[in-house]
Design a protein around this ligand. Sequence first.
Ligand code: ZN
Length: 379
Amino acid sequence: MYHTLSGFRNTAAALLNAQNKQLKFFADARKYPSLLDAALDATNVPVSVYTNLIQEVHNHIEKMHRYVRLRKKLLGVEELHFYDIYTQLVPNADRKIPFAQAKQTVYEALAPLGEDYRRVLQEGFDHRWIDVYHNEGKRGGAYSAGTPVHPLVLLNYTGTLDSQFVLAHEMGHALHSYYSAKHQNFVDSDYEIFVAEVASTCNEALLMEHLLGKTEDRRERAFLINHFLEQFKSTLFRQTMFAEFELEIGKLVQRGQTLTADALCGLYRQLNQAYFGPDMVVDDEISMEWARIPHFYCNYYVFQYATGYCAAIALSRRILREGAPAVEDYLRFLSGGCSKPPIELLKIAGVDMATPDPVRQALSLFEELLDEMEALTEA
Ligand SMILES: [Zn+2]
């Protein structure tokens, strides 16, 4: 695939260059100090949130390298390549989970969010908010749409552990929409993308804690923890790497340089080496990956997956630790829609994304999980 993509490397570079030049034109015309400032101002997110994220991940990048080392060891390969990244580390622990059971488990797992939250959740389960299975002509994936009547959720449920997490995830979006629509006027009811993945991921984190709390079985724990570690890898580390790529190419354009295929491939390769560390063989092919990431045309968008993930981890910890007062704050956050800037809304819930703390907390949880995974898989 990357060889084919390489045949179009100059076209892809010209497109990404034009995208950034366009953003530079608007940023200059409106007197923003940088492309990044111009893009983040749309949702009132301070630039420091973006740069803190990259800085903190850099400070702890050794943890990611440790995970790569563990993956290499568990797969038993002499060389670890990028195509080994998606292979299951703990095979065959996945059982079929009927949908009724998945609903029950999610309901139980979200007990820490209180009875009001669970009442709405049950209402969604009982009143056909969800289109569950795949069907002829139905699109793939999963999403939730907030509508004025009630949220609607599309799933393609297959009975895997993953599917169960998707159910918790999408119901997180759905209940965020529900609370915001209930408490805000129509104009302020739709939440910003910066906070959008918080409610969904918080549910996933609570489900994970619930499942881990229920099992002492080594194999099952390893399977669950691996799922969690993978999420950290793809949501926190990888999206931050994308964010850093965007930051760097924006700086080049800011200085009046042109984004050539050579420059883009070189930078992308370098970042992969830095993020995945010495145990990953960085093949030439991966240098082309930038050309297939559509989000690079969304102007500094992807960092929100990483910050949202950290905020969700911090909030789930707070809810489990402090109980009722934390839940009350969390429900006020869910009810806020876009009535305040996203950073302010998250402060209501008890997490301050203007500081590096939430990113640090998430990274320290990653380390704890890594410790347990190493211990569990010691033969
Ligand atoms: Zn989502």
